[in-house]
Design a protein around this ligand. Structure first.
Ligand SMILES: Nc1nc2c(ncn2[C@@H]2O[C@H](COP(=O)(O)OP(=O)(O)OP(=O)(O)O)[C@@H](O)[C@H]2O)c(=O)[nH]1
Ligand SMILES: [Mg+2]
Ligand SMILES: [Zn+2]
Length: 276
């Protein structure tokens, strides 16, 4: 038995990397009985001869859609145009990624399609995200973040995830797709999750996902993962303030001052989504 990492899954075939040798394995039936599905990113014990996965090591975290385990950081690829930039989606992704103890990194693609005024407006908003502690990139200087990390690329279909990966390492030659202009959204050019060795780390390109949701999260979880709110909540009148209908709420007082209005509006939208 040897230990390796699952780097790719296509239906029931799991490719496991053991000291840079690849083995295509099946999962033992016992996993199904135990309710475990092996995931890309799993550290696993395998039988190299019989080509079976025998054991899955305890996970640090796991994401669903894209299904992947043991992720350190997530690059949120946000397109400016086609598909349109969405602060709503950005805040949703940040919140879910934070909740999973994964570090979000923001990458804005297609800035070449913007004029100077549009660019200025965009960077003003992005400055807010920097101020509250996130790393934000709009060019290939993002290369510095990948070494020794497991990174997942997330973002809408057509946002430019595979294009960015190809630009980070031109030998990858990943398929990229034309965005369906009529719909303003992509058509899932990338079809499976796979960990690729890039710039001294592992990066998972994923199919753009539209079904991301707050599964398993409570309203309190959403509140706690709007990280900048935590700097002010001790000044709210109520200790467990939801920053919604309560009086004397410091978060509400800080809107348009230290808190970006769209962040607050999205927060209110998300907690009512979870309530339903
Ligand atoms: N102008 C411009 N076009 C870009 C840029 N990045 C990506 N594109 C185009 O956007 C389209 C979609 O890019 P992909 O890299 O396939 O998008 P994806 O996020 O991998 O999409 P899925 O695999 O479907 O999830 C392609 O036609 C790219 O050429 C960019 O920085 N500027
Ligand atoms: Mg892709
Ligand atoms: Zn409050």
């Amino acid at each position: 038995m040897t230990e390796g990492k699952i780097v790719k899954q296509i239906s029931n075939d799991y490719t496991v990397n053991v000291n840079n040798k690849l083995y295509v394995c099946k999962a033992r039936g016992k996993f199904r009985n135990m309710g475990i599905t092996p995931l890309v990113g799993d550290n696993a014990l395998i039988d190299c001869n019989a080509k079976y996965i025998i054991e899955i090591k305890k996970r640090k975290n796991e994401l669903i859609r894209p299904s992947i385990a043991n992720v350190d950081q997530a690059v949120i690829v946000m397109s400016n145009k086609i598909p349109e930039f969405s602060l709503d989606l950005l805040d949703k992704l940040i919140c879910i990624i934070e909740y999973n103890n994964i570090e979000p990194i923001i990458y804005v693609s297609k800035t070449d399609l913007l004029d100077e005024i549009e660019k200025n407006n965009l960077f003003k908003i992005l400055d807010y995200y920097k101020k509250i502690g996130y790393r934000v990139y709009a060019d290939l200087s993002i290369k510095e973040v990948f070494k020794d990390k497991v990174t997942v690329f997330v973002g809408q279909s057509g946002a430019g995830k595979s294009t960015l990966l190809n630009n980070l390492d031109s030998t990858l030659e990943l398929l990229t797709g034309d965005v369906s202009y009529a719909l303003g959204r992509g058509k899932h050019t990338t079809r499976h999750v796979e960990l690729l060795e890039v710039l001294g780390g592992l990066i998972a390109d994923t199919p753009g996902f539209s079904k991301i949701s707050f599964i398993g999260m409570t309203k309190g979880d959403i509140r706690d993962n709007f990280i900048e709110f935590n700097n002010y909540r001790e000044y709210c009148k109520y200790k467990d303030c939801m920053h919604n209908l309560e009086d004397d709420c410091m978060i509400k007082k800080e809107i348009n001052n230290n808190i970006l209005k769209s962040r607050y509006d999205n927060y209110i939208k998300f907690i009512s989504e979870v309530e339903r």
